[in-house]
Design a protein around this ligand. Structure first.
Ligand code: ADP
Ligand code: MG
Length: 260
């Protein structure tokens, strides 16, 4: 197993940092009486890795899902790469394609091979030729270390391999930002690192990422910023060193003492 990789300088040229890649302004959302997102303000700069942590039920998944409108919001503004999210239609589909998402449950199509899973969106949505899409899919499978599994069905792969396939599938659309919602929570412990290592590589390559995770080691070494949520609010955000070594609020201290 490879050792944890520290986030290092990327090979990419510097991106303009004045336009946030993701921006949420005064976002509010209710589920009936439950105020699940309360005045959320969050920006993610190009190439930044932001890790969201917090207790179960604090609104982390809901927040992630609003960013590509898998969930509606009651008020506020969400923009991706400077463009406000349209409510529906072709413009929304285009914007969604710029946001890759990886879920706790791998969500691969069971009756399609790994290769077909990855080729699906590029050929159907982007209208890329099968030949080109297959070549690109194979490169992505190599990148996540499972090219030998290309012609297997999801059920024939381990959980860690399936999640790496799901990451490759999201990358196939060339997203500008990747959202990960507890990508390792459904995995057996011995498979967690193979997925975290792929994510660390992506971060080092300069991908803009929002990651919800309970893996505090990953947060410490890969995050540029840690955002702590509790009961629908962003309670604290800071660099990982500051957050883990000197949390500012009692809520963060008590959460950390329960998980560390
Ligand atoms: P987290 O990901 O931090 O565990 P979630 O965003 O999944 O939290 O959920 C936040 C709160 O919203 C929880 O209390 C949850 O039960 C509630 N919730 C989530 N989805 C729905 C929904 N579709 N309808 C009603 N309540 C929901
Ligand atoms: Mg969740």
């Amino acid at each position: 197993m490879s050792s944890p990789i520290t986030k290092t300088s990327s090979v990419l040229p510097p991106a303009p940092v004045d336009v946030p890649m993701v921006r949420l302004e005064n976002v509010e959302k209710h589920y009936g009486p439950l105020h699940v997102l309360q005045n959320i303000n969050l920006t993610i700069k190009p190439r930044e890795v932001v890790v969201i942590i917090g207790p179960s039920g604090s609104g982390k998944s809901t927040l992630c899902r609003t960013i590509n409108r898998l969930e509606t919001i009651d008020s506020g503004v969400i923009s991706v790469d400077g463009k406000e999210l349209p409510a529906e239609g072709a413009a929304l589909a285009r914007l969604r394609a710029e946001v890759g998402m990886v879920f706790q449950s791998f969500n691969l199509f069971a009756h399609k091979t790994i290769l077909e899973n990855i080729m699906l969106a590029p050929t159907k949505v982007r209208k890329i030729s099968r030949r080109q899409s297959e070549a690109e899919a194979m490169k992505l499978l190599e990148r996540v270390g499972i090219s030998t599994q290309a012609h297997k069905y999801p059920a024939e792969l381990s959980g860690g391999q399936q999640q790496r396939a799901a990451i490759a599938r999201a990358l196939a659309m060339n997203p500008k930002v990747m959202l990960f919602d507890e990508p390792t929570s459904a995995l057996d412990p011995e498979m967690v690192n193979e997925v975290l290592n792929v994510m660390t590589d992506l971060a080092n390559e300069g991908m803009t990422m929002l990651v919800v995770t309970h893996e505090m080691g990953f947060a410490r070494r890969a995050a540029d910023r840690v955002v702590f949520m509790d009961q629908g609010q962003i309670v604290e955000q800071n660099t990982p060193v500051e957050f883990f070594d000197s949390p500012q609020t009692e809520r963060a201290r008590s959460f950390l003492s329960s998980v560390l």
